[in-house]
Write a protein that binds this ligand. Sequence first.
Ligand code: NAG
Ligand code: NAG
Length: 390
Amino acid sequence: MDKSLRTALFSCVLLMISICVPSSFAQTCGSYTFSTNQVFSTCSDLPVLSSFIYWNYHPSNQTADIAFRKSGASSTNWYAWSLNPSGPQMAGSQALLAFHNSSGLPTAYTTPINNLSPSMQQGDLSFQVSNLKAEYSNGEMIIFATLHLTASLISTNQVWQEGTMSGTNFNPHSMGSANRASVGTINFATGTTVAGTARTSSKKNVHGVLNAVSWGVLMPMGIMIARYLKVFKVANPAWFYLHVACQSSAYVIGVAGWGTGLKLGSDSPGVKYSKHRNIGITLFCFATLQVFALLLRPKPDHKYRLYWNIYHHSIGYATIVLSIINIYEGFDILDPEKKWKKIYTGIIIFLGAVAALLEVFTWIIVIRRKKTVSSNKHGNGTNGTNGYAA
Ligand SMILES: *[C@@H]1O[C@H](CO)[C@@H](O)[C@H](O)[C@H]1NC(C)=O
Ligand SMILES: *[C@@H]1O[C@H](CO)[C@@H](O)[C@H](O)[C@H]1NC(C)=O
């Protein structure tokens, strides 16, 4: 390898390491100084909602002095941090709530979250809390408190959340991915926290996976098989059976996924998904048409075969384009962890790149073959055409 190229590669790798390693391991909570100069021995950067938790734990009396800090806070939002011994979830959370009250002052109180539409009015928690106060300055909302823990609360779940306010009313928090990922565990004694993951119902996951795999991956692959394998004489008629196998399994999985979508839609009336549903219904019709088209396929030399081909190809390509659009629509509705959208985008780019390469390759083969055919015709009149170029 050329020396300068090697140097360039090496510095590129070094640069990547120097950017990625500190950003994934460095804690930023520790560099913060509280206005009260209070010092906490332990702190943790919470993974979402730009929040931080600080504490000093006293094993002798099982108390923890804590500070929950939210940066980029607004004076018209509410902020909550809670322990939830009943699970990594909202229901059962023993919450400390901070907001600006009608006097425009930051204030905090305790509120137990007993159901999924809580009143968020002041109430006692399952454990005692003292020294509770809220502080707001420079766009940072901080809740200070002393928690009088019981043995079962020393290592438990923590949940934090935020939402907007309309006057003195607390609006429900959004259901974005960060608001669903704001859970984890905390161990006051060992000083560790572990991030939880965004919870999506398994029904939604099943719907997403079935449809992304069938409409979004198998069907485009089935088209690629038909388009690019056909050109090789040895792959005839194997390409046809492969194409049919790929598309029929995609159809079966796709219809199952489509069914889970109809069920999900009727289970969640408040969710805006009409565009996704309409595209989904169109896709189901297109794919079903393709299955029937196979049964009604005229013989290769039939005079209508050309029209059938045009029809089959245009519905096929339209299905792929609509499928990919609808998968992205689905990502926006279900809002799963970002990595899934990235992974799917990666697969689509990969398939697209392979298709582009094969397209070039196919054209080279077809043009070469035409040349051979025409020179053969000059020589001995053999007809080697196979119709691939058509
Ligand atoms: C708990 O113990 C610590 C030191 O061990 C002490 O500083 C703190 O005031 C005690 N808290 C309560 C509420 O008794
Ligand atoms: C607002 O909160 C502050 C600080 O907690 C408190 O002193 C004040 O009385 C509260 N005002 C109202 C109207 O509740």
